[in-house]
Structure formats: C-alpha cells, structure tokens
Design a protein around this ligand. Structure first.
Ligand SMILES: Cc1cc2nc3c(=O)[nH]c(=O)nc-3n(C[C@H](O)[C@H](O)[C@H](O)COP(=O)(O)OP(=O)(O)OC[C@H]3O[C@@H](n4cnc5c(N)ncnc54)[C@H](O)[C@@H]3O)c2cc1C
Length: 297
C-alpha cells in the first residue's frame, strides 16, 4: 500500500482494498487501494476541491470500457454511480448526471416521447463514461446531441462548457487534465413514443444477435481503424476463437474479447497484444486499444 495522505471528510465513507472485478463488465481486476463512491455531485465536488495533490485519482463509471489490471489501482478510485444519477426532462431537453446509466436516459427520453438518444440504449455504461468515450453506435454518437456539458474543473468548481471546446471525436474527448464530467445537457426532438420504443427494440435485437452478451466482455476491444473494421482484420488474421487461459476472442464477434470464467487481466492483455501483433503481421494495420487499461500488472 502506498502512503495515502489525509483524505477530505466526505459524506460517503472511504473503503480500502476494495476488489474491483464486480465494478467492471469484464468481471476482472485487482483492488482499489481506496474506493470512494460520492453520495451526490456536491460530495464529489467537495472531494475534488479538497483532495490531496500527491495522490493518484482514477474515475470509474460502470466499468464497461476498462480492463483493471490484476495488481489493482493505487490511490483513490472514485466510482460515479447511484447518487450522482439524476435525470430531468424539460420539454425537449434532458439533463443527465454522470452517474446515470445510459439505459435510464434512453428510457426516460422514450417515456417523454423524445427522439435522438435511442442509440444510447445499445451502449452500456454511465453518462460520464459515454462522454469520455463519445459513445456511439449505428451511425450516431453522443456529441451529436450535446447542447452543453457540466464539468468539475481542476479547482473543484462545477462549470458549464460548450461541447465544441472538448474535442469530441471517434471514441474520444479531450477533457483537460484534472477535470471530470458531471452532467450532460441533451437537445432532443419531439418524436413518437411508439416509434422510439420500436427503434430501441431493434437496436437491442441487433446487439443480442451479433454480440456475445452472455459472457463478461467490455464491448469492442480495439477501435476501428479509418475505413476498416477491426473485427474483420482480426478474423482475416486467423484470431477468431483464439484463447489464453480463460480469455478468448469471441467466436460470435471477433472484436469482442470474453471472459470464459476465470480470466485474469494478464491473460486478457496478453491475448489482446498477441492479436494486435498477428493483425499487424498479416495486414500491416496497427490496432489501437479502445478499452482503457487501468492500474498495475
Ligand atoms: C456489451 C458492450 C457493448 C458495447 N457497445 C458499445 C458501442 O456500441 N459503442 C460504444 O461507444 N461503446 C460500446 N461499449 C463500450 C462502453 O459501453 C462505452 O465506452 C461506455 O460509454 C463506457 O461507460 P462507462 O461508464 O462504463 O465507463 P468506464 O468504463 O467506467 O470508464 C471509461 C473511461 O472513462 C473514464 N470516466 C468514466 N466516467 C468519467 C467521468 N465522469 N469523468 C471523467 N472520466 C470518466 C474512466 O476513467 C475510463 O478512462 C460497449 C461495452 C459493452 C460491455
């Protein structure tokens, strides 16, 4: 354990050496040295204003785009979830806090007869994670419907910023160092509730038929290179079904890597690197990780 300095007196308690596997969709990972799940956005802002400067801080949403290494994460892991998950509908606008699940936002939009955010029901995770990754699918991405974004800046102040200043691109955003996302303001269109419901149903059916949702995974492991599909390159390189320990390249979708039960982060990372190398040898394309690696080996 590293030297953890005195932590601010937050409303929510700190937990120590908290195993993180249960907080990730891979169901893999070591422990957080300190784990903090803020009670609400005020608690989060208070922590951010008063956190010690010499301790590493890692943010975790729903853990659907991360591989937490077996050695765990040093410093404080801030898990933004329930408590920081308010969603409010006002006319055609939605305010959604970072800890709200994308599913909750999509359902609330549907119930209010609003269209534009249906696609997000195909992307598991929190709104905070969706902002960081500029989550998207089937031709849509989150930045298309963002009117404004609330962040906590490096002084701990909550400010509203224009999304154009945040460098959203394919599976990326450019949040300044020391900032974090606290809420999204979405601009949607009045739609027909039953059409929105039908669109969401179709997205879910597409996902169930093409993705190995029955096994723990973190979605696409690699980004699609410009003009190419990562799953196709992986398949052409003979890697479909490739296995290391209990980590496997899915037979159903070659860019999904699955945990067959007891995979370690080391198995998963080594498998991914082997696939990257094979794809490079076969096609000359360097795949880039979409899943974020956190912590120590
Ligand atoms: C079955 C499956 C299907 C998927 N399909 C898609 C898809 O179609 N399209 C797509 O885009 N993605 C997809 N993904 C990946 C994943 O769902 C998205 O990247 C999602 O937006 C991540 O949200 P999260 O809350 O789980 O983020 P996490 O995995 O918890 O975190 C992701 C990154 O964001 C950082 N972070 C999280 N919250 C904040 C915050 N509030 N402020 C600052 N940093 C933060 C974390 O430190 C980490 O670096 C899929 C995943 C799964 C498991």
């Amino acid at each position: 354990m590293s030297q953890i300095p005195t932590l601010p007196q937050t409303k929510a308690p700190y937990r120590f050496m908290e195993p993180l596997a249960a907080y990730t969709t891979f169901r893999i990972g070591g422990a957080a040295e300190v784990f903090f799940k803020p009670q609400d956005i005020k608690d989060l802002a208070y922590f951010w204003q008063n956190k010690p400067h010499d301790v590493d801080i890692t943010i975790l949403g729903e853990g659907s785009n991360v591989l937490v290494r077996d050695g765990g994460i040093k410093g404080v892991v801030v898990h933004i979830g329930r408590g920081c998950d308010k969603v409010e509908v006002d006319g055609t606008k939605i305010y959604a806090q970072a800890g709200a699940s994308t599913g909750k936002v999509a359902r609330m939009a549907r119930n209010a007869g609003l269209s534009g955010v249906e696609f997000i029901c195909g992307v598991p995770g929190s709104m905070g994670g969706a902002l960081v990754m500029n989550a998207g699918c089937y031709g849509h991405e989150l930045c298309d419907i963002l009117e404004a974004v609330d962040v906590i800046d490096n002084t701990g102040e909550i400010i509203t910023v224009d999304p154009k200043t945040l460098g959203f691109g394919y599976r990326k955003s450019n949040l300044p160092e020391g900032w974090l996302f606290v809420a999204a303001h979405l601009a949607l269109k009045a739609g027909d509730k039953s059409q929105v419901r039908q669109a969401m149903r179709e997205i879910n059916q597409k996902r169930t038929s093409s993705q190995p949702l029955e096994l723990p995974n973190a979605g696409s492991l690699f980004k699609n290179p410009e003009g190419q599909k990562a799953w196709q390159l992986i398949q052409e390189s003979g890697c479909r079904g490739l296995r290391k320990g209990d980590a496997q390249v899915s037979e159903k979708h070659s860019n999904f890597f699955v945990n067959l039960g007891n995979a370690t982060a080391c198995d998963m990372e080594n498998l991914a690197e082997e696939v990257r190398e094979k794809v490079y040898q076969k096609t000359g394309t360097q795949l880039e990780w979409e899943v974020r690696l956190l912590g120590d080996r």
